[in-house]
Design a protein around this ligand. Sequence first.
Ligand code: BGC
Length: 795
Amino acid sequence: MSKMDAERLDKEKLLKYFTVEEKLRMLSGDGMWHTFGAADLPRVRMADGPTGLRPCEDGMPAPPCTCYPVAGMLANSWDTALLYNVGAEIGREATAIGVNLLLAPGINIKRNPFGGRNFEYYSEDPLLSGVLGKAFVNGVQSTGVGATLKHFAANNCETNRMYSDSIIDERTLREIYLKPFEIAVTAKPAAIMCAYNKVNGEYACENAKLLRNVLRDEWNYDGVTVSDWGAVHNRVKSLNAGLDLEMPDSLGLHTARLKAAYDSGELTDEILNQAVSRILELVDNVYLEPCGDNDAEEHDRVSYNAAVESVTLLKNDSGLLPLTKDMRVAVVGDIATDYPIQGGGSSHVTALKAPSPLDAFSARGIEVSYFKGFGNDPKQASSLKDEALSGAVGCDAVIVYAGGETSTEGCDRTSLSLPDSQNELITALTLAGHRVIVMLCVPGPCEMPWAKRVRAIVYNGLCGQNSALAGVDVLYGRVNPRGKLAETFPVRAEDAPSQPPKGDVAAYTECGLVGYRYYDTSCKRALFPFGHGLSFSNISYDNMRVKRLPGNNFEVDVTLGNNSVRDAYEIVQVYVSNRTGRIFCPEKQLAGFAKVLVEGESSTVAVINIGADAFKFFDTQTKSYRTCDGEFAIMAAASSTDVRKQITVKIDGDYKSTQAVPDCYSAFRPDVITVADFENFTGVTVPQESKRQKPFTLENCVADLKKTLVGKIVSRVIKNRAKAAGAVGSPEYNAFYANAMTTPLSSSSIMSEGALPPGVATGIVHFANKKFIKGVKSCLSRGKEVFAAPPEKED
Ligand code: BGC
């Protein structure tokens, strides 16, 4: 972002030079991946995303690029320098091929483990999400490429994602769901992408409270706001609310509506010029011709390092790991030959390579015997199992690669369990007395009914193109593992603090009790807690000291000892716990962290600074952050449940009253809290599910039309198309089907790249409203490329 003044666009002059039509046209993209280049203006090229580059061109598949660990795994590194490096490496790959704006990072909170896009997000904790997101933005932007924070805001589920309404009380919204954005926005990302969903009744893209009051007025953000793809419903309202750029091009639909609003005075020159000048600023800041080398080897090295920092050792009984090359080892699992390395949807990278675990063993010169163990065909289940059980006889260890079904944008996970065949085989191996190591290749938490029986568990996750290699390097001790979980693994799915919504209203009745805040406060045991992760060295915590700095800031020192011979990295976490109890708050909250190298047989002092924000809460009366007066414990911890040292301090705060908290909330049982409890406690009204009935418009989706003949026909077409995406029931099939059924027809057409021409989308609406002649005319004669006179309301 360092152009010479002489090279910069003269925005004032351009604003005068462009016609109103040109300005209106600039407010939406040119095709799927570019801004509109009015009057020879360069077009900014965009590409996803969080896992590496997906540089699509209109109608073309994305060419191969480096695939990094998914954000959900990267977060286990708790390593801001690493996130910076990954961002910078993706930025360099982008500059080499002429991508100017990266559609990443995603920094939404993992509200529960079911979120279909959780793998694209960092954590259940706002501080960790915000700090890592900020580092990634800084890395990307150090290369001149712009970064895009997404999805603003409260985009925490995929079920009915295009119109789900996230109902959240103001305090929770601020402290949990907006906090990562508030932190990351300080890195001045070139763009912020507005989410598909509604927040408290208003679409995120039309939400003036979020886009103007919070983002611009409070946080002073001056970059571009861009819609998620196809997320715009009412373009005039969204522009007036503060959405600068609509992506992709709305095929004329919204430009026509904007023109009408301009002519009627509903849209002013001031608003129009504001948005256009921000888009010009974006062009100025990020547009570059392709330049620099595309050093695939260097990208690969960074991707390997990132994978190594992300893999997390969850269990290691009697020090079975690391293994040694002379051990007899059996490897079991169908995915050991074909390894999932990432999630599905817009973040999916056409990876340059994806070596399997078996490839990785042989690359490291390790001999293992391999047994498939399980697979998709139930008829083979018992013979595969028997083969693995007898093959394991006489082995020093059996490594089971479990998991495999990845998660995908467009639908939430419906279960956290592994396939029965996998659970059964793991249990059978332990019952036969084998020393079992489970390598988990899952997109997030899963249930592990055999957790107590196996000797070791490694969360290998979706770690990109070096996923398998990093896992093998942990198994054999080439790497001393150092990742720690950025999200809680519950014992059972039903233990989660919330579940995905069923309809189009997602009431966040658990308030701020998200992730470890919930498990901790309600004393619910987690299978593996937030912040947990082992190394091959035992790290001790001693001599904690807390130094008070001016203005409720503190420096926390703790001495870490490593009596093993190996160098180790320890992620020290500092939590703060409000002991005075004036307000409803979780047992403890993360306030700072540091990843520290502790050399073998030595000790070192970790220094963590925690800011005054750690003692604040959002007071909805005064609409500001305030500090609770009273005592707080400052804790140095190895995980959210493994507090090693603590010191209590007195904080002089400006909030001295005591909030009344109803019993159901003070008992911290989100599972028993009703919508009425939530409404009474927070003053928020939870709306009824909407009926989404006749007269239909382009805002309706195919699911809304399911009782009409045309709806039934289109649903069948969608089912058939979904089969081309994947086998019935597979994540790919489910994602295609869910997306196509629940996306408004206008957005489906805009994003279909010609598969659903605007005229046909319009015709479907007419048919559903029983306007058959209009329907036939629309389908046959009009709107092949642009929407013409689309039906907003039929008479
Ligand atoms: C996703 C965004 C993505 C965009 C472009 C949308 O469906 O929600 O995260 O950046 O597509 O691919």
